[in-house]
Design a protein around this ligand. Sequence first.
Ligand SMILES: O=P(O)(O)OC[C@H]1O[C@](O)(CO)[C@@H](O)[C@@H]1O
Length: 446
Amino acid sequence: MVNIDYSKTKKFISDEEVEIMSKKTLEAKKELLSKEGAGNDFLGWLDLPENYDKEEYERIKKASEKIKSDSQVLVVIGIGGSYLGARAAIEFLNDGFYNDVDSSIRKTPRIYFAGNSISSTYLKGLEKAIGDADFSVNVISKSGTTTEPAIAFRYFKEKLEKKYGKSEAAKRIYATTDKKKGALKTLADAEGYETFVVPDDVGGRFSVLTAVGLLPIAVSGADIDKLMKGAQDARKVCNEKEFKENPALIYAAIRNILLRKGKSVEVMANYEPSLHYVAEWWKQLYGESEGKDQKGIFPASVDLTTDLHSMGQFIQDGARILYETVLNVEDAGCEIIMQNAENDLDGLNYLAGKDMDFVNKSAMNGTILAHTDGNVPNIIVNIPKKDEETLGQLFYIFEFACGVSGYILGVNPFNQPGVEAYKKNMFALLGKKGYEKEREELLKRL
Ligand SMILES: O=P(O)(O)OC[C@H]1O[C@](O)(CO)[C@@H](O)[C@@H]1O
């Protein structure tokens, strides 16, 4: 099971502080599980690993088989919680080269993500990358009205219809959205797309274990039963275990103690490039959940050792507002043994016979100690291996810890009122109906 090692924070916090905060985590856990706290109409994710629509789950598998059989490419359109979980999973479960592997080896469609920016260059580039390949689209939007995915969907819907004709195109479009309402649901019903549901009581950033994440993940060839099994196991631990055996509570406690000591930035660090998007998913989860009412920990991330050569200086030596959460994949899952070179010009012969992962882990351990010495507390998340079950655990533990942590912080972790501000301005500047007055005011300020 994924576990949390906070021994490298002990220089900064006392056992007594942990003891006091552990009580707060237990209270917050009780509040979460009683479903009586703030945002309690968005707690469907708590029980998702067990309590999900079994009929729809089978349809997800069937749809993934169809996509695998008739498409060389799947374009997944969505943003935020309607995007990051699937991307995190597909990257985590592969090695960063999923799309580049020859199709005679990979046997599943290439998967591209769109609708997560408003860049015309990106869409044009993606169209070029798809070329003549047969493709399908999974458009994902809980609200059905988010501008970025709506623009991308309009674009690819037209391309599909041009290539296959309207009726065949409709068979290649899968819409994941609200059960009953919203523009996407209305369009899907009118055009006859297969639809999947983002449940009412599951917010976007907590939705990876619904069709939002499961359909694209299944198309990549990953075993979603195992993903759900991992989440089930973690649910049991997070819901039932007391503090010392509960990774979600430990993580929530330590980060809240550190925040109260002025550590207001949490830097998630990985030593595996394939974990980059796990950090991106985590950033949305914690940023949207906790960053409100002028409170919260700012979630940031670095890819190491890459960023030791760019951000390493700041972490070691800059403003002491940081703590670090290190994602440690214990079993790299493959081996590269360092070879002896005749002339040893690069001076690496002392590593001959050693596994490259030993070098990576030594860099990690050396960095953890150096950063701790530089007064950056380090929390370590031990991830036994890179497989579906472990990822299911990781997703659930972070989600549960987020709910607990938000309640300790005294915010509603399940809303996101702050994201509306930019949308209002953007609509006004675009000249959308109903925003005329705001437009006038904004234009004066530009
Ligand atoms: O699934 P939707 O409704 O398109 O929303 C996408 C994302 O946009 C937000 O609503 C923020 O604008 C996120 O909370 C959400 O994950």
